[in-house]
Design a protein around this ligand. Structure first.
Ligand code: IMP
Ligand code: MG
Length: 414
């Protein structure tokens, strides 16, 4: 069976924890997009780990983890991550591979990324990891892939600084390189988990362009970046938080209250509360994340554009102490009600959320072992989202630990 896990918002939905959880029953975990711009926090037995490039499944000693063709790999970041893991007792020998079609991030691209974003009239607020430049070089057909390393003609074409940078990495990268498509055909009976990075609203095509990343973070990207056909995918899981967050610039329609005339345009009361309770600070850059109410307009859009079979809700415990919870069920802009997620950044910037109110449960959710033990108010919130999105919520996460995960429908079943 092949399962794809993607982010259904602006990244940081808690995919790392869910992939780690699902990896238990997988043999192979393939990350299909992005690069060291991503940041996953995983807590295992009280120990906290931050990963940027290597799939979260690496913590199981018997799993194969693969960096897919849709990724952009910074060798410095990759080897420092491997060193960190090995230093903390996680043996990665012989089980971390890279698709030979993956592109390489050069130090020069990182520099250009930072300079270009700073020079923009309205910076995107990139993570400064050279991601957009590497994908541009790839699109412009001037990129360098793992498969090209050591090929004399290609190496001669490179600028001297780039060549000098790459030479010490060639053997190490080559040793990890595989033909991913043949590898997966050979392991056709394995359970494979395809791990996305960022989220639907940061996808280059489907996201809030130009305030997006440059990779394919949607489910279709799993087919291309994972070197399989789209029909080989059995199931798509979309991870979302009980609220919305965003790092960097660009529209976040539920960041501001919009339900009352007085409230319109004021920062949501939720912002500081959620940031501190949910520890909403970037793993890669340390930047405070912008926080807002759950945006169901964009969540439904994510369900449709990714063919999400089942949603995974995370961080619901952040709401444990609130009297009232709100979620956005439509946008209001210039007297119009908008129910479909617009492409136009101008529309999104003008959109005021139409908020629906729910009662809080005022109880610690992490005490529950099954969904049936949840307070009725939490169930009402969850089941409203399911009806709105016409998609079931199969897993609810109520804490950072592996144990704090409520399974309503077993993911590795058809
Ligand atoms: P880039 O991917 O570094 O080019 O950044 C483009 C935009 O995507 C910026 O707003 C980043 O903050 C955002 N971004 C990139 N990767 C992630 C991620 O893993 N989580 C959340 N936001 C991200
Ligand atoms: Mg993250």
């Amino acid at each position: 069976m092949k399962i794809v896990v993607i982010g259904a918002q602006w990244g940081d939905e808690g995919k790392g924890k869910i992939v780690d959880y699902l990896a238990n029953e997988a043999q192979i975990i393939v990350r299909f997009s992005g690069g060291a711009n991503a940041g996953h926090t995983i807590v295992i037995g009280g120990e906290e780990y931050a990963l940027h490039l290597i799939p979260s499944g690496v913590f199981y000693p018997d799993k194969i983890v693969i960096l897919g063709a849709g990724m952009v790999i910074d060798p410095v970041a990759l080897f420092s991550e491997l060193e960190m893991l090995n230093g903390r007792g996680i043996d990665t020998t012989g089980r971390v591979f890279i698709s030979d079609r993956a592109h390489i991030v050069l130090p020069r691209y990182i520099q250009i990324d930072k300079e270009r974003d700073a020079a923009r009239k309205k910076p995107i607020g990139t993570t400064g990891r050279g991601i957009g430049i590497t994908y541009s070089m790839k699109s412009d057909r001037d990129g360098i892939r793992i498969a090209d390393l050591g090929w004399k003609e290609k190496m001669d074409e490179l600028e001297a600084v780039d060549r000098e940078f790459l030479v010490p990495y060639i053997d190490r990268l080559k040793k990890m390189s595989i033909d991913l498509s043949s590898y997966l055909v050979h392991h056709r009976n394995s359970q494979v988990l395809f791990e996305g990075a960022q989220g639907t609203l940061l996808d280059l095509d489907l996201g809030t362009y130009p305030y997006v990343s440059s990779g394919m973070s949607n489910a279709a990207g799993a087919a291309i970046g994972g070197c399989i056909g789209p029909r080989a995918i059995d199931k798509v899981l979309g991870v979302f938080k009980a609220y919305s967050t965003r790092v960097g610039n660009g529209p976040l329609p539920t960041e501001f209250d919009g339900d009352t005339e007085e409230g319109a345009g004021t920062e949501s009361v939720l912002d500081n509360f959620v940031r501190n309770t949910g520890r909403e600070f970037g793993v890669t850059t340390g930047r405070p994340r912008r926080c807002g109410y759950l945006d169901l307009v964009s969540l439904r859009y994510a369900c449709l554009t990714n063919s999400i079979d089942s949603l995974v809700m995370t961080h619901l415990d952040v709401y444990d102490t609130l009297d009232e919870i709100k979620a956005c069920i439509a946008y209001k802009a210039g007297g119009r009600i908008i129910e479909n997620f617009p492409a136009s950044v101008e529309d999104l910037n003008n959109a005021k959320p139409v908020l629906r109110s729910f009662s809080g449960w005022k109880k610690k959710l992490s005490g529950a072992l099954t969904y049936e033990e949840f307070p009725v108010q939490a169930m009402e919130y969850i089941e409203f989202i399911e009806r709105y999105c016409e998609t079931p919520i199969g897993i609810v996460s109520v804490g950072y630990d592996r144990k704090e995960t409520i399974i309503r429908k077993r993911p590795w079943s058809k």
